[in-house]
Design a protein around this ligand. Structure first.
Ligand code: CTP
Ligand code: MG
Length: 219
């Protein structure tokens, strides 16, 4: 069973507001992308990697992979205008005989192999997809403008992280559908059964400068 990772790193990082795309902003000694790339490459669960790089940053991404000795990187594609486009372009490089596609955001650098194991092994139990999630500590309300419409049942809610694993053929079909921000939403919309597994608080996403400091402190 071959597992292909698609690493979405093509965003511009507008909210971070740096002088370069988020994937190339320094985290510790290296570009942010280095952390997730090296961790995916080192994972026994991952056979090959496709990186979606920001336009104009394909070459630096390939050089970084070489510097890190990431021998599993099989392709580096130019990302698209949205995350969904970048994932589609990355998945297009995954060969037809791949069994599983693992989609991960470079913006979540602190990838623990135990999470990869949890999502990939869930597919072996017959699920179409598996996503890491965390419980929500706060009460969440649905609102309309200033008015509260309802208070949601917290035990029915989860926040979702990446890496997300999918049966390759099911993901490919689902991605042809339109608007989605999260791959599992596309698979769910296509009728796929997606399982939740335990996420990891350290997998927090780097969105703004404060996140970058927080994640750097966890390195
Ligand atoms: N991503 C991507 N292609 C895009 C947009 C986003 O591959 N066109 C990736 C980002 O590189 C990131 C992940 O999707 O790893 C999650 O996106 P987000 O955190 O929103 O990153 P950015 O879009 O770069 O940040 P911003 O929205 O602040 O511009
Ligand atoms: Mg974005």
């Amino acid at each position: 069973m071959s597992v292909w990772a698609v690493l979405a790193a093509a965003g511009s990082g507008e909210r971070l507001g740096a002088d370069r795309p988020k994937a190339f902003v320094r985290l510790g000694e290296q570009p942010l992308l280095a952390e997730s790339l090296a961790r995916l490459d080192a994972s026994d669960w991952v056979d090959a990697i496709v990186v979606a790089a920001p336009p104009g940053w394909e070459e630096p991404a390939i050089l970084l992979a070489e510097e890190l000795g990431c021998g599993k990187v099989s392709a580096c594609v130019t990302g698209g205008a949205t995350r969904a486009d970048s994932v589609r372009l990355g998945v297009a490089e995954v060969p037809a005989d791949a069994a599983v596609v693992l989609v991960h955001d470079a913006a979540r650098p602190l990838l623990d192999d135990a999470v990869v194991e949890r999502v990939v092994t869930a597919l072996g139990e017959g699920w179409d997809g598996a996503v890491p999630t965390l419980p929500i500590p706060d009460t969440v309300k649905r609102v309309d403008g200033e008015q509260v419409l309802e208070t949601l049942r917290r035990d029915e809610l989860r926040v979702v992280q990446t890496p997300q694993a999918f049966v390759a053929d099911i993901l490919r079909k689902a991605l042809s559908g339109s608007d989605w921000t999260d791959c599992s939403a596309a698979v769910e919309a296509a009728g796929g059964r997606v399982r939740i597994v335990d996420g990891d608080p350290r997998l927090a996403k780097v969105t703004d400068a404060a996140d970058l400091d927080r994640v750097a402190a966890l390195l």
